[in-house]
Design a protein around this ligand. Structure first.
Ligand code: SF4
Ligand code: SF4
Length: 248
């Protein structure tokens, strides 16, 4: 029994070390068996992987999205695809089923920005954070200054305690800041349909306008809700110090 436990701990430690070595900043394991089997390819465990957004990039999008933010977004997505692919290969080399949820395998979410099993759902199951009123993953440590990906697997990785409810409380900063009125002001809880607290279509319309205004590309990237979140701002201040007048 103890030997089995040691093997599981070794596998988890090795996988985590591999993912960190490949470039991940955060790694967590979650029990996803409560989610529909089709969405998780019948697999019981989600490995959540995140890379950090630099604080200066998050502070820089206070007014409008920037080309630096757009570059980070693209670079992070590419890096994450590579990291989860390497992680899945590692698990397969140990004899387990593992599916890297890369953009090629899950798509971009189409016009509704929704995939079968969003990376942020896996992140909540892995105890990394909760879904904010703005429908982004929010962490206590870095707010929403993260980009996420995930791996689905049958490897015996001990899951973390999941986060099942919002920690936004009475905060409404993202709703106030959102230029598209996409944040409806309701708290997320496990299983709550996104439509009940977030208008994804309104977000896309506003984000497209802001991307064109901010860096001249016809895409749907805004990020104002990332920067406006007090958890993000606290982390930015911790890393960069007090904001200058430009960013207040
Ligand atoms: S990305 Fe922009 S438009 Fe979309 S919810 Fe956040 S602040 Fe609103
Ligand atoms: S700004 Fe406030 S309400 Fe919005 S996600 Fe952050 S903590 Fe939650």
């Amino acid at each position: 029994m103890n030997e089995l436990k040691d093997d599981m701990e070794n596998l988890a430690a090795q996988l985590k070390a591999e993912l960190l070595a490949f470039g991940a900043d955060i790694v967590g394991f979650g029990d996803i068996t409560e989610l529909p089997p089709k969405a998780r390819a019948g697999l019981p465990t989600g490995v959540s992987v995140a890379v950090n957004m630099p604080a200066e990039i998050a502070r820089g999008i206070a007014e409008l999205p920037t080309s630096e933010y757009f570059d980070f977004y693209n670079r992070a997505n590419e890096a994450l695809d590579g990291i989860v692919t390497r992680g899945a290969e590692f698990l397969k080399s140990k004899g387990y089923v593992a599916i890297a949820q890369t953009r090629d395998s899950v798509g971009s979410g189409g016009t509704e920005n929704r995939t079968a099993l969003p990376h942020k759902t896996v992140a909540t199951r892995a105890g990394i954070g909760w879904i904010g009123k703005c429908a982004l993953l929010v962490t206590k440590e870095r707010g929403s200054m993260l980009r996420l990906s995930s791996i689905l697997t049958d490897a015996p990785l001990t899951p973390a305690q999941s986060v099942d409810s919002s920690r936004c409380g009475s905060c409404n900063a993202c709703a106030v800041a959102c230029p598209g009125h996409a944040v409806l002001g309701e708290l997320w809880a496990k299983g709550k349909p996104r439509e009940e607290f977030f208008d994804a279509a309104a977000c896309r319309v506003a984000a497209r306008k802001r991307a064109i205004l901010g860096f001249g590309v016809n895409t749907t990237i805004c990020g104002k809700c990332i920067e406006a979140c007090p958890y993000t701002r606290k982390a930015i201040e911790k890393e960069l110090g007090e904001p200058t007048a430009k960013y207040r």
